[in-house]
Design a protein around this ligand. Structure first.
Ligand code: FAD
Ligand code: MLT
Ligand code: ZN
Length: 479
């Protein structure tokens, strides 16, 4: 162990300071297998105080720190670079559920608590925490906050930013900000909490949070609906919302090519329709109504969709098992894409009304640039968020595709730029998109973000190389 590791072991206990390549390996590559980094040590503090002590020590030594939760980032945000100078600070041992307040409808948790555990604990308490995403079995609340996670229930409940009341944060110098209030209103200064949410570990280490809870839905109604295309799906969303209002909890779109890829790669995914559709939507309502009433509401809305010429076919789940089978299709998409090979992934958002023509324009543009390329498109339609992924054509060499992929990304992101959209709707910038930031953000935005970064992390030790491009050299050394 080098001197730093020895001092860290003195703080955390030797077993919580990993220095061997074997022990470190799971922490040094991302879920997609796109990035592989190196670390001086991987440390696993067990409390806010230990996180603070680690930050004080690293600040005194000028050692960069990469915070990590469940390591499910899709933008390489939790993976260190290859220099091996940083430590990875894993929050997974901060895994206490500190309090559930069923009257105030809040839960207070450590940052390292896994999302699925929060869902289960609140359900057991007769409440509901709505954040839901494919990685919920391993992503942590701290990572959800740092990446401002979205997922499949944003339509009704918002992103992590809207679900959070208070934060506890350890700053770059080891000071602790205890902002763990459960206040729904507090107008006493700047929104410090919201600065840390979505900051991807570059402004501070989140060690605790107070989250909003909701009434536990008494009934759900779920349908798998065949539609013609994005435009028909969007119109159907309007019909369903007009009839069902806020009961619409999820409205997940996928093209026919996406559906075919899932059925090809996910063994237990079954098509609940008579024929493969051109596109499909998974619709879910939830409410305090009884199940029969809710099911009737959904069926009436779908009949409205048929009458409007929007619905080609539909399967309404008759029980929870069928509903879970529908969701199995949707949740299989990320895995299917990984098994299909190295996709050029794009997590984009735009004004909801622009989505149909974006898909048409992007499809045409990428096919002109690379004939045979396969758009695999799915996403959270009501949020204006599409996962616009590209796979090589059946007869296209993946190695050649990998070479042209950056150009395809530029084309897709240019189409997004023309619609004042975002090149990262929910996965964050991480290291994946950091080089594009000067192209896609106005100079004033980059200046303001850089000023905040310099204020919170003047030595640039927090998650270097992520979210913001490297600190510009002072003008005297720019040439
Ligand atoms: P990590 O991957 O460990 O870290 C994510 C970022 O946060 C990194 O920059 C890291 O440095 C930082 N960080 C982690 N913990 C802390 C902390 N305590 N304090 C400060 N910084 C911290 N995302 C969505 O938004 N919507 C989806 O629908 C969605 N679906 C997914 C499906 C699959 C199958 C997978 C693999 C990922 C999916 N994701 C999705 C992406 C990812 O799961 C989310 O971004 C998630 O919030 C990351 O949580 P994590 O604990 O794994 O964080
Ligand atoms: C999803 O919506 O499933 C996620 O954002 C993951 C992905 O884009 O692959
Ligand atoms: Zn998503």
């Amino acid at each position: 162990m080098d001197r730093l590791a020895t001092e860290l072991a003195g703080l955390l206990g030797e077993g919580n300071v990993l220095v061997s390549a074997q022990d470190q390996a799971p922490f040094l590559t991302d879920w997609l297998g796109k990035y592989r980094g190196a670390a001086r040590a991987v440390v696993r503090p067990g409390s806010t105080e230990e996180v603070a002590a680690v930050m004080r020590l690293c600040a005194s030594h000028g050692v960069p720190v990469v915070p990590q939760g469940g390591n499910t980032s899709m933008s390489g945000g939790a993976t260190p670079d290859e220099a091996g100078k940083a430590i990875v600070l894993s929050l997974t041992r901060l895994n206490r559920i500190r309090n559930i307040d069923s009257v105030g409808n809040t839960i207070t948790v450590d940052a390292g608590v896994v999302l699925a555990r929060v869902q289960q604990a609140t359900e057991a308490a007769g409440r509901f925490f709505p954040l839901s995403l494919g990685a919920e079995g391993s992503c942590t609340i701290g990572g959800n906050l740092a990446a401002n996670a979205g997922g499949v229930a944003v339509l009704r409940y918002g992103t992590m930013r809207e679900l959070t009341l208070g934060l506890e944060v350890v700053l770059a110098d080891g000071r602790v900000w205890d902002g763990l209030t459960a206040l729904r209103k507090d107008n006493t200064g700047y929104a410090l909490r919201d600065l840390f949410i979505g900051s991807e570990g570059t402004l501070g280490i989140i060690t605790g949070a107070v989250l909003k809870l909701f009434a536990r839905p008494q009934a759900r109604a779920t349908a798998f609906v065949a539609v013609q295309d994005t435009a028909a799906a969007l119109s159907l969303l309007g019909v369903v919302r007009d009839r069902c209002g806020d009961r619409v909890t999820a409205f997940e779109f996928m093209t026919g090519d996406c559906l075919a890829l899932i059925l090809q790669h996910i063994a237990d995914a079954r098509l609940p329709l008579a024929e493969m559709p051109p596109a499909a939507v998974l619709v879910e309502l939830s409410d305090q109504d009884d199940a029969a009433a809710l099911g009737e509401k959904l069926e009436a809305a779908l009949i409205g969709g048929v009458e409007a010429g929007l619905v080609i076919d539909a399967a309404v789940a008759q029980d929870g098992t069928q509903a879970r089978a529908f969701w199995r299709i949707r949740e299989g998409v990320s895995e299917a894409l990984v098994r299909a090979g190295k996709a050029a992934k794009h997590d984009v958002s735009m004004p909801v009304s622009a989505m149909a023509e974006f898909v048409a324009a992007a499809d045409a543009a990428v096919r002109t640039a690379a004939s045979g390329v396969r758009p695999i498109v799915f996403g959270h339609l009501g949020d204006g968020n599409l996962h616009y992924n590209l796979l090589p054509g059946a007869d296209q060499d993946p190695a050649v595709f990998a070479v042209i992929a950056p150009e395809l990304t530029r084309i897709v992101h240019d189409e997004i730029g023309r619609r004042r959209g975002s090149i990262s709707a929910e996965h964050g910038i991480g290291q994946l998109r950091v080089a594009e930031m000067p192209l896609r953000k106005a100079p004033i935005e980059l200046e303001l973000m850089r000023s905040l970064k310099d204020l919170f992390d003047p030595a640039g030790l927090l998650n270097p190389g992520k979210l913001l491009p490297g600190k510009p050299l002072p003008s005297s050394t720019s040439n």
